[in-house]
Design a protein around this ligand. Structure first.
Ligand SMILES: [Zn+2]
Length: 481
């Protein structure tokens, strides 16, 4: 027995010596992407690198010239190709179109979206998606969940219509909120999401619970509050810049008192109607009456508190310009199941072609606001709200990157919003979102350089999730209906 061990040890040593003499490296239980240009979100581009992927991790990186690979390796040729970290969509809703939910994972992966942040859905609906992702890290995107929108007495997404499916929980009293939020915490949500109809006291309790449990609190600024108070109380991130303009208007005080009165809801409107009426009566007026010093004060507080922004610019653009009416936009519906496609087309065909100038103006304002915030170093994440707005899961993330790029982010900064930044948001930046040894092998191989044009993030040759290499042929099969 001893002899056999000794003998095999000897053979092993000889084998290593031989490969060293030939200077040929063989990586066992691994594969190699040879001679690829890697784009790390912090260090930028490094040309002609050889990357070793072992199990679920990036194992080693070499200058391609410095290594000679044994033909025994599994080798993918990366010549003239670009390797970037896998992308995040930081704002999605599995529960918005329940019959699309399962297909969403295929569409995310096939478009290089290897991680998602679900920003609102019933906990019993979204939790299985998170569990599935933990059990199948090589074939499912990484899923982080908020559970439901935590809303007030007149909750907006209450399941009353297909435009307002059940995504939220209603909280009438403080103790309702205490009990329901504790249930979410017990079910291990990854963050919490505050919604617009919360009272200031409910918001205060929610942010206290989030802090005590080390959970990030994201959301829309409640209509009963202002953004500075919300951020200072612990709103760590804001979706869609929602209601931020109200705090920047020279008429801030009168708008707030009008809202507080309206929120008493004496006419007993539904939550969605009540909210829409307030947006409609104040949003554009606020944008037209921005006070420079109030704006500056808001931006300074958001910068000071590192209040993350997920502006969902593509969602706004799609709505404002009715991009969903365009043939090219609709051509992508081939990727979604027939029943949903016909439902979407029916909805789209029933809307007028007229462009609402107010919505257009607000969209333009949002894009400029993103630019101002970015200049203040307020942190950003790319998110879409898919499948809301008929945005195709995965594909729409690439459109959001173009929007951020147009708002003044450099190409590398744009890539950061969908790679390292979301990793950082969840405290994963030491293991995810970069191309370095020891990091998760969530990667995308591109045919063209995204630092030359951000649109090149769509030239996907292969996607790697948890070390699992998926080639173009396989990715196409995921997009098949
Ligand atoms: Zn959303």
């Amino acid at each position: 027995m001893k002899n056999t061990v000794l003998l095999s040890f000897l053979f092993f040593t000889i084998a290593i010596l031989q490969s060293c003499l030939n200077n040929e490296l063989h990586f066992k239980n691994a594969y190699v992407i040879e001679n690829v240009n890697i784009i790390d979100p912090l260090e930028g581009i490094q040309n002609n690198m050889t990357v070793v992927i072992k199990e679920s991790k990036i194992d080693q990186l070499f200058k391609a010239d410095n290594v000679k690979l044994s033909p025994k390796n599994t080798i993918y040729d990366g010549t003239n190709k670009y390797l970037i970290p896998g992308l995040w969509d930081a704002h999605i809703h599995y529960a918005f179109e329940t019959s699309l939910a399962k297909k969403m994972n295929d569409l995310f992966l096939s478009h290089g979206v290897t991680s998602v942040r679900d920003t609102g859905g019933p906990i019993d609906f979204v939790l299985p998606f998170k569990e599935h992702s933990l059990q199948n890290p090589k074939t499912s995107p990484r899923v982080k969940i908020a559970g439901p929108l935590i809303d007030g007495k007149f909750n907006v997404y209450n399941g009353s219509s297909s435009s307002y499916p059940l995504l939220s929980i209603q909280n009438i009293t403080l103790s309702d909120l205490q009990i329901q939020v504790q249930e979410l915490i017990d079910k291990k949500v990854d963050f919490l999401k505050a919604y617009e109809m919360l009272s200031p006291n409910q918001f205060k309790l929610l942010s206290k619970m989030a802090k005590e449990n080390n959970l990030k609190l994201t959301g829309h600024v409640p209509l009963s509050m202002d953004v500075i108070t919300a951020s200072n109380l612990g709103l760590n991130s804001m979706e869609h810049l929602r209601n931020i303009e109200l705090s920047m208007s020279e008429n801030f005080d009168s708008y707030l008192s009008d809202r507080l009165l309206a929120l008493e809801n004496k006419g007993n409107l539904s939550g969605s109607k009540l909210r829409s009426s307030l947006h409609l009566s104040q949003r554009i007026k606020a944008v037209s009456t921005i006070d420079a010093s109030k704006q500056e004060a808001v931006l300074n507080v958001l910068a000071e508190n590192d209040t993350w922004q997920i502006p969902t610019l593509e969602l706004y653009q799609t709505f404002a310009n009715k991009k969903y009416k365009e043939k090219t936009f609709q051509s992508h519906f081939s990727m979604i199941p027939d029943s949903i496609r016909s439902k979407w087309l029916k909805e789209i065909n029933s809307t007028s072609t007229e462009i609402d100038q107010d919505i257009l103006k607000y969209t333009q304002w949002s894009s400029e606001m993103v630019n101002k915030m970015h200049k203040k170093n307020i942190p950003f994440m790319a998110g879409t709200d898919t499948p809301i707005g008929y945005l195709i899961p995965g594909l729409s993330l690439h459109e959001e990157l173009i929007q951020l790029n147009n708002s003044g982010f450099s190409n590398l900064e744009t890539l950061k919003t969908a790679t390292l930044n979301p990793a950082k948001y969840f405290g994963l930046e030491k293991t995810l979102g970069r191309i370095k040894a020891g990091y998760e092998a969530d990667l995308i191989l591109l045919d063209k350089n995204p630092l030359e044009s951000i649109e090149n993030t769509r030239t996907i040759k292969a996607v790697i999730k948890g070390g699992n290499y998926m080639n173009r042929f396989y990715l196409d099969s995921l997009q098949a209906n």
